[in-house]
Design a protein around this ligand. Structure first.
Ligand SMILES: [Zn+2]
Length: 296
């Protein structure tokens, strides 16, 4: 499995998880309402480094046969990200081939690839789809991020990116305000809280489904600690309610799930665990299934 792309199918639909890269966050800036020592202990228990939290940025290419749809456009604010266009080219897809782009929300790591540094749109033939209140929030002159316990540098980065990357796609945007079909087989699900108009997606074909959770959960550890509030959620109570709702749905449906910031390719299943949940990455069961099929 490449670290940059991963192909899989949902029924008749071809999907490719495509990496935009990663970014490293400071552990003491990640969780707003738990002592950093507790988070570091969890990182240690998961055999992860404790000096930084490496967060992958994973976009999703969906080929329905009729449409080539991309979920999110990556970041491009650090040398470790902004690799989406190159990684799409590596799987034979040019930016001009994309006809539909869903922006799950207006954060820099999801909209950064929409335009280049001169303000030229990078996906010239795409219709963009975004939740209406999300578009309106970020296009305000002064989006109010005071409720996010993050440093001013990050606040300014988020606002600067929204103001630089969203206006160039104004003529391409289609705003939605209700749950429903974006293109056949791809459905928008409101999932507010991380941001005002954050959305998840359901991709459905045959008897298979993918629940794209976007930024509903930002780290696998937060499935086991749903009471922990990530510093990047703007409306924490609503985000917590949405998280419970989406994780319950994924667990009950036993759906394949995708989380934008989970270890690449961000695919797995949500297992119930006590009052919380646990993440089972796709490699674990797919490799087991493949080796069983191979008679190993
Ligand atoms: Zn994000």
């Amino acid at each position: 499995m490449s670290n940059e792309s991963y192909r899989f199918k949902i029924g008749a639909i071809e999907c490719i998880a495509v990496s935009d890269g990663t970014f490293a966050y400071a552990p003491d800036a990640f969780i707003a309402n738990a002592p950093v020592e507790r988070f570091e202990q969890e990182l240690r228990d998961h055999n992860l480094p404790t000096n930084e939290v490496i967060s992958p940025y994973t976009c999703l290419l969906v080929n329905t046969g009729k449409h080539r749809l991309l979920v999110d456009t990556g970041a491009g604010f650090a040398p470790t990200n902004g690799k989406l266009i190159d990684n799409l080219a590596a799987v034979g897809v040019a930016a001009a081939d994309i006809d539909t782009i869903v922006l799950t929300h207006g954060h820099a790591d999801h909209i950064g690839g929409a335009a280049d540094s001169t303000g030229a749109p990078l996906f010239p033939n795409a219709r963009y789809v975004m939740w209406q209140s999300e578009w309106e929030f970020w296009n305000q002159e002064h989006p109010d991020l005071a409720a996010m316990p993050v440093d001013d540098h990050l606040r300014h980065l988020l606002i600067d990116f929204a103001h630089a990357k969203l206006p160039p796609i104004r003529s391409q945007i289609e705003l939605i305000d209700r749950e429903g079909e974006i293109v056949p087989a791809v459905y928008a699900i409101p999932a507010p809280g991380h941001t005002p108009g954050h959305i998840a997606l359901l991709i459905s074909s045959g008897n298979q489904q993918l629940l794209h959770m976007a930024d509903t959960v930002l780290h696998p550890i937060l499935m086991e600690h749903p009471e922990w509030r990530p510093s990047f959620d703007l409306m924490p109570d609503q985000a917590a309610a949405t998280k419970r709702q989406i994780l319950d749905r994924a667990a009950v449906d036993q759906a394949l799930a995708l989380a934008f910031h989970f270890p690449f390719p961000g695919l797995g299943r949500v297992l119930p665990k006590g009052d919380a949940w646990q993440w089972q990455p796709i490699e674990m069961f797919d490799q087991a299934r493949e080796s069983r099929a191979a008679g190993e």
